[in-house]
Design a protein around this ligand. Structure first.
Ligand code: 3PG
Length: 376
């Protein structure tokens, strides 16, 4: 599909050029160990491309999760595949390190978010980063929905290109805007308030919209059902138009947990002290039946509270999708975590590295970081 930004493949002569490569290396690291390398693996082709072209590659990224705020372990992990000349722990040392780089060298800088200027989109911070390089490459699709210095300001300061992953994401996800039909859109997880525009958009575009996970609880509320202690949006949202849509599908049975037991219930039978934690088996079998009629699926968000052990609905849905052979685009950190544990990621047509970014791209058709690249 036509893209109005330049790909790094279009850059003329990269030999000896200093390239600031923005990646999203925000991955779980426990102790010394990288727990999930999906984003790293998807980022490496651009690093290897630049290295092969003789560029001097300066990798920049954020990492912000409960487990660590340093990229040092991630740099060590990358070094198993691509030689890393240096890990630059202190920004002040970057210039000297870069001055000593040779063609084909790759260095990794410490977490950008250790500098308040990154999230504040401070032009001075962006200027300091830009002064290190000749070219900027954005290959950080998963954070390109953020107005951060390294995402939206750098492209104004340097000749800029999209990395290989960013281009793949745009192409893979854009398939949802002109889908083979019938098209089933599946959305799960939490936060109906933030996902409402996306659900409204896909009630327009898709033939079926299956709303699962905690999102379905808000629909049950709209229907007037008791939802007990289930997770619902913090304030009441008017969902009549969603609930009334003939395209909408919600789980027809749910797994509930209380202090005493776990049980499968019809959604209109949820007890006051019960919490919906997963979709039930009838729901999965109904979706499996529907798949025989469907040509294309986009899926973001788990069906159950998998960190608490309620992964069965999500896992069964993943298996049903694979068995059906239907072309499926998958994304969202939690969904990927479940499917990756089953070692099934490569059985899907396209897997997005984006969480919030995938949702925003699907809702708006673009991201702030992509728009910044287009203004080159
Ligand atoms: C993500 O994990 O979704 C991206 O790395 C963006 O992270 P953020 O939500 O902390 O901006």
């Amino acid at each position: 599909m036509p893209q109005a930004f330049k790909s790094i493949r279009d850059a003329k002569d990269l030999k000896g050029k200093r390239v600031l490569l923005r990646l999203d290396l925000n991955v779980p690291v426990i102790g010394d160990e990288v727990r999930d390398d999906f984003r790293i693996r998807r980022s490496l082709p651009t690093v290897e491309f630049l290295k092969k072209a003789g560029a001097k590659t300066i990798v920049i990224s954020h990492i912000e999760n409960d487990l660590t705020d340093s990229l040092s372990r991630v740099a060590t992990y990358i070094a198993k595949t691509v030689e890393i000349k240096a890990f630059v722990a202190k920004f002040e040392d970057a210039k000297t390190v870069v001055d000593n780089m040779r063609e084909g060298d790759v260095i990794v800088m410490e977490n950008l978010r250790k500098h308040p200027g990154e999230k504040e989109n401070d032009p001075v911070f962006a200027g300091r980063l830009a002064s290190l390089a000749d070219i900027y490459v954005n290959d950080a699709f998963a954070v390109s929905h953020r107005d951060h210095a390294s995402i939206v300001s750098l492209p104004r300061l340097l000749p800029s290109y999209a990395g290989l992953l960013l281009s793949e994401e745009v192409e893979g996800l854009s398939a949802a805007f002109n889908p083979p039909r019938p098209f089933l859109f599946i959305i799960g997880g939490i936060k109906f308030d933030t996902k409402l525009p996306l659900i409204e958009k896909f009630l327009d575009i898709a033939d079926y919209v299956f709303v699962g996970g905690a999102l379905a609880n808000d629909i049950y509320k709209e229907k007037g059902y008791e939802t007990g202690r289930s997770v619902v949006a913090p304030s009441r949202i008017n969902l009549k138009h969603v609930e009334m849509s003939p395209k909408l599908i919600v789980p027809s049975d749910v797994v509930v947990a209380s202090a005493i037991e776990t049980a499968v219930r019809s959604p209109d039978q949820i007890g006051l002290d019960e919490k919906v934690v997963d979709a039930g088996p009838r729901t999965i079998s109904e979706i499996s039946d529907l798949l025989s009629d469907v040509k294309f699926v986009v899926w973001n968000g788990p069906l159950g509270d998998y960190p608490k052990g309620f992964a069965e609905g999500t896992e069964s849905l993943a298996l049903a999708l694979i068995e059906s052979g239907v072309k499926t685009v998958l994304g969202g950190g939690d969904t990927i975590a479940v499917v990756s544990k089953l070692n099934l990621l490569d059985r899907f047509s396209f897997v997005s590295t984006g969480g919030g970014a995938m949702i925003e791209f699907l809702a708006k058709g673009t991201l702030t970081g992509i728009e910044a690249l287009k203004q080159q």
